[in-house]
Design a protein around this ligand. Structure first.
Ligand SMILES: Nc1ncnc2c1ncn2[C@@H]1O[C@H](COP(=O)(O)OP(=O)(O)OP(=O)(O)O)[C@@H](O)[C@H]1O
Length: 347
């Protein structure tokens, strides 16, 4: 599909340099994920025109946006700090965009009322921002960004301020809107669930560069950095492959049913790891001795971190934990079936 947004964003903020390419097709939602300080907000700011480009290009629907000031860009923005006009009511905040695009007051209010209803705030239209909770203000900001039918919609952690229940509802609501939205959408989020539910494609940035992009299934199956592996909850190792074995640390090899060679990654989920008090015998599995370093709750299970020739996370049930008598420093044996690992080229 041809791109609606075609951008190569190069910009500096202090010592930090952003240099990423982004393409988004009409109707497509792309999630931009990355650790703190990766450059996500800087990317949004360059798209919105709040930080200028020092290189690259920025085209939306074939039109060069780079020379345009923020207010002339056909872009709707919800920033993390969702600045609303403090002196305007919620309704007038949402009506502001349509009014600025030349709509008469009555029609703009009708559009605003419709959007306020969609975000569940129809009875809050006459309130000023200071009379709204953070979550309500965020939803007004969302309504305000959507009310102008933007060609490019930018969402910076749009659900972060909402409580769990409202977040669930609003996420579903947002998903419905995004699937109707003919424009391009860029969503910045720390929440992998938001990304998986809302986005068609993920772009992962670290230190101002794209480290991985693709659909959720591809990224989940084949993470390429520690950050991505943690994000999708996998153990990830880089090593040298030779047939079914991958040397991931000095003299330490793991076995996979995949066939690989050269520079490769090997990944498996914490649920694929079994822990034993003694060396397991007989089965053709990856086994090694390790020491328990940390235990945390993870849903109904426990996630255990072990140190050894490589560090590894394991998910175990509370019952198994009780049997193993887990305490920090406890020596254990780790076992991972070769069939549960995935090995794939790093390049
Ligand atoms: N005004 C500024 N002056 C100098 N450096 C800045 C400025 N704003 C941001 N930076 C730096 O730019 C880098 C990228 O910041 P940015 O806010 O884009 O990251 P982010 O991915 O959005 O992070 P977070 O997830 O924490 O919001 C960081 O190293 C940050 O310290």
């Amino acid at each position: 599909m041809s791109s609606l947004l075609d951008a190569h964003l190069v910009a500096s903020r202090g010592a930090f340099t952003l240099d990423i390419s982004l393409r988004i097709a009409p109707g497509e939602t792309v999630a931009l994920l990355g650790p703190n300080g990766a450059g996500k907000t800087t990317a949004l700011r360059t798209l919105a025109g709040l930080t200028s480009l020092s290189g690259g290009h920025l085209r939306l629907g074939g039109r060069d946006l780079a020379p345009l000031p923020p207010e002339q860009r056909p872009i709707g923005v919800v920033f993390q700090d969702y600045l609303l006009f403090p002196h305007l009511t919620a309704r007038d905040n949402v009506a502001f965009g349509p009014r600025r695009h030349g709509m008469d007051r009555k029609s703009a209010h009708a559009v605003a009322d419709e959007w306020l209803e969609r975000v569940g705030l129809s009875s809050f239209g006459s309130r000023k921002p200071r009379q709204l909770s953070g979550g309500q203000a965020q939803r007004v900001a969302l309504a305000r960004a959507l009310a102008v039918d933007p060609v490019l919609l930018l969402l910076d952690e749009p659900l972060a301020a909402l409580d769990a229940r409202t977040r669930l509802e609003t996420r579903g609501e947002l998903r419905r809107h995004l699937s109707d939205h003919p424009g391009a959408t860029l969503l910045v989020t720390h929440d992998p669930l938001d990304a998986l539910v809302l986005a068609d494609r993920l772009v992962i940035v670290e230190q101002g560069r794209v480290v991985q992009e693709g659909d959720a299934a591809t990224i989940t199956a084949r993470p390429r950095t520690d950050y991505v592996a943690r994000l999708v909850g996998l153990n990830l190792y880089r090593g040298v492959g030779d047939g079914h074995t991958v040397t991931v640390a000095d003299g330490f090899t793991l076995t996979s049913t995949d066939t690989v060679s050269g520079d490769v990654f090997l990944a498996f989920p914490p649920s694929a790891v079994a822990l034993h008090p003694d060396q397991p015998s007989g089965s053709p599995r990856n086994t090694w001795p390790a020491t328990l370093a940390d235990i945390q709750h993870h849903g109904d299970n426990l996630r255990v971190r072990l140190e050894g020739p490589v560090s590894v996370s394991a998910d175990i049930t509370p019952a198994a934990a009780a049997q193993l008598d887990l305490s920090p420093g406890r020596p254990l044996w780790v076992a991972v079936k070769a069939t549960e690992t995935r090995a794939y080229p790093a390049q």
